[in-house]
Design a protein around this ligand. Structure first.
Ligand SMILES: [Zn+2]
Length: 226
C-alpha cells in the first residue's frame, strides 16, 4: 500500500503477505497454518480476540465491585473487631499519619485498576470505531497495560503479609477479608482481558490514519477490521 508513497513506511506484515508467530516471533508466508519452529497455530488476526477481551473485562469489573465493598482486612484487638474495606483502610492509615502508604494503596488498588479497565475498553473500542489517537500511541498504551498487569497484586501482598505477621491470637489478630479474594480475581481477569487483545488489530486502522494525515484537516476515519 505504501510503496508508491515514499514518505509512508507503514507496511504491516499482513500487507507484505506474511504472518508472525506470536510465541517465537518467526515470520512465515501468510497461508502457513502452524509455525514449523515452535508448533503454535498461526493467525494473521485473531477473529475472536475482541469477544474474549470483553468477556474477561466484564468478569474483571464484576469482581472489582465486591473487592471494594467487602472488607479487605478483619482486625481483632482484644474484644473489638474492625472490618476495613480498601478505601476505609487507606483513610485510616491517612488519619494515623501514614500518608505515604495510604497513597500507595489508593493508587495501586483504586487508581491503577480503574485506569486499566478504561484503557482496555478504549483499545477494544478504538479497533472497532477508529480513534483520533495514533496507532503507535495506542500500541504504547497496550504495552503499558500489559506490563503493569503483573504488578497489580500489591494490595493482596500487603494483606497477606499483615495477616501472617499479626497472629497473636488472643490479643490481636488480622485476617484477610473476602475482598482480598475478589480483588485477586479481578486482577487476574483484567490480565486475561489484556492478553486476549490482539494488538495487531491496532495496525489495521493505520491506512485510514495515513490517508487522513496526507489530507490536512480531514478527520481520521474508522475502518472496521477486515
Ligand atoms: Zn513459532
Amino acid at each position: 500500500m505504501a510503496l508508491d508513497q515514499p514518505d509512508l513506511i507503514a507496511v504491516t506484515a499482513r500487507d507484505a503477505g506474511l504472518v508472525a508467530c506470536r510465541r517465537c516471533a518467526r515470520v512465515w508466508p501468510i497461508d502457513t497454518p502452524t509455525c514449523a519452529q515452535c508448533g503454535s497455530r498461526l493467525v494473521s488476526r485473531d477473529p475472536k480476540s475482541l469477544s474474549r477481551v470483553w468477556a474477561w473485562w466484564s468478569l474483571g469489573i464484576m469482581a472489582y465491585i465486591p473487592a471494594n465493598l467487602w472488607p479487605m482486612l478483619e482486625t481483632r484487638l482484644f474484644l473489638t473487631t474492625q472490618d476495613d474495606t480498601i478505601v476505609s483502610g487507606a483513610l485510616d492509615l491517612l488519619l494515623h499519619g501514614s500518608a505515604g502508604i495510604a497513597i500507595v494503596i489508593l493508587v495501586a488498588s483504586v487508581g491503577i485498576p480503574l485506569a486499566k479497565f478504561f484503557a482496555i475498553a478504549f483499545l477494544a473500542l478504538s479497533v472497532r470505531r477508529g480513534s483520533r489517537i495514533r496507532a503507535a500511541r495506542r500500541m504504547q498504551l497496550y504495552e503499558i497495560v500489559d506490563y503493569i498487569g503483573r504488578w497489580s497484586m500489591i494490595d493482596v501482598f500487603v494483606v497477606a503479609i499483615l495477616a501472617s505477621l499479626v497472629q497473636l491470637n488472643v490479643v490481636a489478630r488480622i485476617d484477610p477479608g473476602p475482598a482480598s479474594l475478589a480483588f485477586a480475581l479481578s486482577v487476574i481477569f483484567t490480565m486475561l482481558s489484556a492478553q486476549a487483545f490482539d494488538p495487531r488489530l491496532i495496525w489495521d486502522g493505520i491506512e485510514a490514519e495515513a490517508r487522513a494525515e496526507t489530507a490536512p484537516g480531514a478527520a481520521p476515519e474508522a475502518t472496521p477490521p477486515a
